[in-house]
Design a binder for this molecule. Structure first.
Ligand SMILES: [Zn+2]
Length: 224
């Protein structure tokens, strides 16, 4: 089961060692960002904190973020990733500029397609937090191979996120180091541009159908 750690007022990080989720607790409802793998038992971790009804929001539809959805039944997810979700889950759209509130947090939706076509980030302006899903990481690897990913869109989205870099102090990624500082938005962009230009050293991945590319700040799993 994921471990649960409070990291701020009404804010918890859930982590099973592979992927993390974020939980906010309000007066009448809790808000959960992502649901882990199928076997992460995220609902059990959430229930160790709160018995409130839970609204689920996904940063994107990859199975390490959407795997626990069966335990929750429904979620908010950008339409660009609906095709990644199995039948039987209730889906409600999520779009640029929407605001989700819970427990004193006010989360603005920023569309950042690239890592997946329906990837979003959530920004808390007052508390200066950024929840980037998998799109901003230190060291990575950032998964960029497969038909539902697009490097050009990823580069455009990192440029868009750069405009937020001076409005946040803390970036809370779903993988690897957490928290990281906002400079990684630009650092990951720098490496993605070098990846696009064919300037990064690489070797074949031992079992995935892609190569591992080594940027200065992050690795990518990518297949041109
Ligand atoms: Zn992930």
């Amino acid at each position: 089961m994921s471990t649960v750690q409070p990291i701020g007022e009404n804010l918890y990080v859930l982590d099973d060692g592979r992927v993390r989720q974020f939980l906010m607790t309000g007066d009448r409802q809790a808000l959960l960002i992502d649901t882990g793998f199928e076997d992460s038992r995220v609902l059990d971790a959430v229930r160790s904190v709160t018995n409130l009804p839970i609204q689920v929001v996904l940063t994107h539809g990859d199975r390490d973020h959407a795997g626990g959805l069966r335990d929750f039944g429904s979620c908010r997810l950008h339409r660009g990733d609906w095709h990644l979700i199995p039948e039987g889950i209730g889906l409600e759209p999520l779009e640029e500029g929407e605001v989700l509130t819970c427990g004193g947090y006010r989360l603005e939706v920023v569309e950042i397609p690239g890592h997946t076509l329906g990837s979003i980030a959530l920004v808390e302006r007052e508390k200066r937090l950024l929840f980037p899903g998998d799109s901003v990481q230190r060291a990575g690897p950032i998964y960029m191979f497969g038909s539902h990913r697009n490097l050009d869109l990823y580069i455009a989205s990192q440029k868009k996120l750069c405009a937020w870099a001076d409005k946040v102090d803390t970036v809370l990624p779903c993988h690897h180091d957490c928290p990281i500082d906002p400079s990684y938005i630009e650092k990951d962009l720098e490496d993605a541009l070098a990846l696009k230009a064919g300037a990064l050293p690489s070797e074949p991945h031992p079992f995935l159908p892609c190569r591992t590319y080594h940027g200065k700040w992050t690795d990518f799993y990518y297949q041109p």
